[in-house]
Design a protein around this ligand. Structure first.
Ligand SMILES: *Cc1c(COP(=O)(O)O)cnc(C)c1O
Length: 378
């Protein structure tokens, strides 16, 4: 339904692609934006028959995100719906490798499927290359985050892709923290990139959506079919808002990333902070590998703090600009002690607070955060 063609876009910068792709044909008097199509069904005889197959509003979003990631995109109702579609590719009794400290929702889902004898999960520290190599042996699917949520660990994606190619497993990389602006897992050798589009892609904390992007047209078709039959489809309104957000993702991420770099440096010197996890810090264990596979280091960081968990939770509630809430990737900065959730892996320190840096002025963010942290200082 959209006029744009992948071949026209290869030469453009991501900032341009995010704005120019996914538009209707340029017809005099026609709309500039792909309309929100509220229709569950379509007149017989056309390309699409029913809205569980496709809706023009998703297609505009998928075209744009696909071009930014360098592949073909299938969008979903949420990041976890996208993960569920990927897991449909695993044979019954198959083996899935996953991070031992990754997104709690994904790990809880894998755990439930293991409980039901649907598949076997092998948890591994993604920063430990030799443990990862051992875990991948005989696996059907390797599901990796890099950077991980919330430990910001870095996996050597190129090296892992070589390892996995030899073993024949499918390689899925959750790229939610990095965004396609900062990291392109398909170019590094992954088969599937997964996004919670709820986060940086839509960028305004106003919707849930997910996406998969793949290079292989056959795999794209399989995932499209899985979505059609499992029904985890996004709504047209969400798709419209997500594309509207995606238009400014490169601008937002560049601003947030620059602020994250500065805040990470300042946080290392704050007396209430015992450790800063941010791959952009030269002292971070993931820095060297991250520098070879990322274009910048993203806008997520975590800090480990002095004080009881009750004191740390109270500190989170004392900020005025930073929003004390779960989720991430919005224009508004957010913070949260992740272990306040029962599902959070115990490999995450209880005193860890995850920071999602938004687009506010960095000095305002620092003043607000440092004042709250001062209340923890000995
Ligand atoms: C939030 C998140 C998800 C899940 O996405 P939803 O849109 O909430 O379903 C998956 N992976 C990561 C890294 C996330 O942060």
């Amino acid at each position: 339904m959209t006029s744009t063609d992948a071949h026209d876009f290869g030469r453009y910068d991501p900032t341009t692609i995010a704005i120019a792709a996914g538009r209707p044909p340029r017809i005099a008097g026609g709309p500039v934006n792909t309309p929100v199509v509220f229709s569950s069904t379509f007149h017989a005889g056309g390309e699409v028959g029913y809205a569980r197959e496709s809706v023009p509003t998703w297609e505009a979003f998928e075209e744009t995100l696909g071009l930014l990631e360098g592949g073909h995109c299938v969008s979903f109702a949420s990041g976890l719906a996208a993960l569920s579609a990927v897991l449909e590719l695993v044979p019954v009794g198959g083996i899935v490798v996953a991070p031992d400290a990754g997104y709690s929702g994904a790990l809880a889902r894998l755990d439930a499927l293991q409980e039901a004898s649907r598949l076997t999960v092998r948890l591994v520290d993604v920063a430990d290359a030799s443990a990862l190599r051992t875990a991948c042996h005989g696996a059907d699917l390797v599901f990796i985050e890099s950077p991980t949520n919330p430990l910001l660990e870095i996996c050597d994606l190129r090296a892992l892709a070589v390892e996995i190619r030899a073993s024949g497993a499918l390689f899925v990389c959750d790229n939610t923290f990095a965004t396609p602006l900062v990291q392109q897992p398909l170019a590094l050798g992954a088969d599937i990139t997964l996004h919670s589009a709820t986060k940086f892609i839509s960028g305004h904390s106003d919707l849930l959506m997910g996406a998969l992007v793949v290079s292989d047209p056959g795999l794209h078709e399989r995932l499209h079919r899985i979505r059609h039959l499992t029904g985890g489809v996004p709504g047209p309104m969400e798709s419209y808002l997500a594309l509207r957000g995606l238009r400014t993702m490169p601008l937002r991420v560049r601003q947030a990333q620059a602020s994250a770099t500065e805040l990470a440096r300042r946080l290392t010197e704050h007396p209430a902070v015992t450790r800063v996890r941010y791959p952009g810090l030269p002292t971070d264990p993931g820095h060297a590998v991250a520098a070879t596979q990322m274009n910048g280091f993203g806008a997520m960081l975590s800090v480990e703090l002095r004080g009881s968990v009750a004191d740390i939770d109270a500190m989170c509630g004392r900020t005025r600009l930073w929003v004390y809430a779960t989720s991430l990737g919005g224009v508004e900065s957010m913070l949260e002690r992740r272990r306040r959730w029962d599902d959070e892996p115990k490999t995450v320190p209880a005193e860890l607070v995850r920071l999602s840096v938004g687009c506010e002025d960095v000095e305002d963010l620092w003043a607000d955060l440092s004042a709250a942290l001062d209340t923890l200082s000995p």
